[in-house]
Write a protein that binds this ligand. Structure first.
Ligand SMILES: O=C(O)CCC(=O)C(=O)O
Length: 454
């Protein structure tokens, strides 16, 4: 090989200028092709400078301030939430909201601020972390770990309260696989301390995936498409019922770290309730129907009843059946990228969503990513129902807002058993959303049910 010709300073400068121009052109092209939804996501993902949260709608502002926005309409609820179900909290605990709100740009959005009393929120948070995370409900951790049936939270509690020690190998949840194909076993060298994921604003989705669990110094397991929650941005052309056959289940990785329970609980990103969801194909396992928590059926039916007089797209509470749900567990740096929930056969029934812990920015868009989304400040105890066209709108959570944990969710001197939950919530947000999958029994009496593939 002949020696490369030396380049002159002038040539080097020309090459540098050309490279700079290419970079600028690529950035400009990328910006041109970004959809308004993506633009908004990027604004709220930004760490430096921090986002301008004042652009988000805060439905808890005093009504006279909130209603200065002509797009927002206030509708009185027929009764206070606690009258629909005592599970929203005792009436003497707080007065409970009297109003729901609608937004002109998002027909079918129903927003009930502070729907749950503080004590009702604490009860549901405990259930999300301790009960709902147990089998047969599946979690992202089940892909890679042999989570015991008694649940990860119980192990965490045992260590937290000193019932079991970190010296006890039994407190470490085993991997499902090892590199050499042997059954999983206890690891020794993993000390993963941070799985907050990439906050660069790139397209990479981090929340809710079992795959990006980091381990040092080995190679990171490659995220399999199937282990990623709805977070890989789907296109507007994504088929409603994707081909289940072509999307394989995620493969357990031998690279995931073995962690003390206090760290592993922070890797939990989602669990599914009722009909278990098959994330790779974005469809339900119709043959895997875990018992749906009774109290959540009651609560979600109560919301559907409460909004009956509010929604321009009413759905009879009698017809509403809570059949599937997702609990999303967000650490402070997690986010859920824009998506549409379109896997349910019944898209007329409202999707009911409860928020607990830190506040977040919730972006609500339209039927495609071309609709500029509205940022909403979603706070602990707020209830959101997506009905009518809003049920099929793009939405996502680009930001969890630090320093927004309500004081009633922090440690409580009179309730030491709350400490473990307060510690967890110090860096977390929980979202619980509930859906009806099938057409209602009343409707389907007239129309035969479609026979879904499992
Ligand atoms: O966390 C939230 O509030 C939204 C969750 C969500 O969009 C989903 O689970 O599909």
């Amino acid at each position: 090989m002949p020696d490369p010709q030396p380049i002159s300073n002038r040539q080097r400068k020309i090459m540098e200028r050309q490279a700079e121009r290419n970079r600028e052109m690529t950035a400009a092209k990328r910006a041109q092709t970004r959809t308004p939804f993506r633009e908004a996501e990027l604004q709220f993902l930004s760490r430096h400078p921090p986002p301008d949260y004042s652009t988000a709608i805060d439905f808890r502002q005093p009504a006279d301030v909130l209603l200065k926005d002509p797009r927002i309409k206030q509708v009185p609820l027929q009764k206070r939430m606690s009258e629909f179900s005592e599970l929203f909290g005792a009436q003497d605990d707080h007065t409970g909201p009297e109003f729901a709100y609608l937004h002109e740009d998002h027909p079918g959005l129903i927003y009930i601020p502070a729907g749950f009393t503080p004590s009702a929120q604490r009860t549901l948070i405990k259930a999300c972390l301790k009960q709902y995370s147990r089998h047969p409900n599946k979690s992202n951790l089940d892909t890679h770990y042999l989570v015991p049936d008694s649940g990860l939270w119980d192990l965490h509690e045992n260590v937290y309260t000193g019932v079991q020690s970190l010296e006890d190998p039994a407190v470490y949840v085993q991997r499902k696989a090892t590199t050499d194909g042997q059954p999983g076993g206890y690891g020794s060298d993993d000390d993963d301390d941070d799985d907050h994921g990439d906050d660069t604003g790139g397209d990479k989705a981090t929340n809710a995936s079992a795959a990006p669990l980091k381990t040092r110094p080995k190679t990171k397991p490659k995220p399999t498409q199937s282990s990623v929650r709805t977070l890989v941005p789907i296109t507007d052309e994504t088929p409603t019922v994707p081909d289940n056959e072509s999307k394989n289940d995620p493969v357990p990785s031998a690279q995931v770290p073995i962690l003390p329970p206090a760290q592993l609980v922070r890797k939990m990103r989602w669990i599914t309730l009722g009909y278990q969801y098959h994330w790779p194909s974005k469809t339900y396992h119709f043959d895997q129907n875990a018992p749906f928590p009774k109290e959540l059926s009651v609560l979600s039916k109560a919301v559907v009843e409460a909004i009956d007089n509010v929604s321009p797209y009413p759905y009879s509470a009698e017809d509403f059946e809570a059949e599937a749900g997702v609990v999303n567990y967000y650490q402070l740096k997690d986010r859920l990228m824009g998506h549409v929930d379109r896997s349910e056969l019944n898209k007329d029934a409202p999707l009911v969503s409860f928020s607990f812990g830190h506040s977040c920015i919730y972006l609500l868009g339209g039927p495609t990513r071309e609709t500029p989304p509205t940022p909403i400040l979603l706070q602990s105890g707020d209830i959101l129902a997506m009905t009518g066209p809003c049920r099929s709108a793009f939405h996502g959570v680009p930001r969890i807002i630090e320093g927004t944990l309500p004081t009633y969710l922090a440690a409580r001197p009179d309730e030491p058993e709350w400490d473990i939950y307060a510690d967890y919530l110090a860096e977390a947000r929980i979202n619980l959303n509930i859906r009806q999958v099938y057409p209602s029994k009343h409707q389907s009496a007239q129309q035969p049910l479609p026979s879904p593939s499992s």
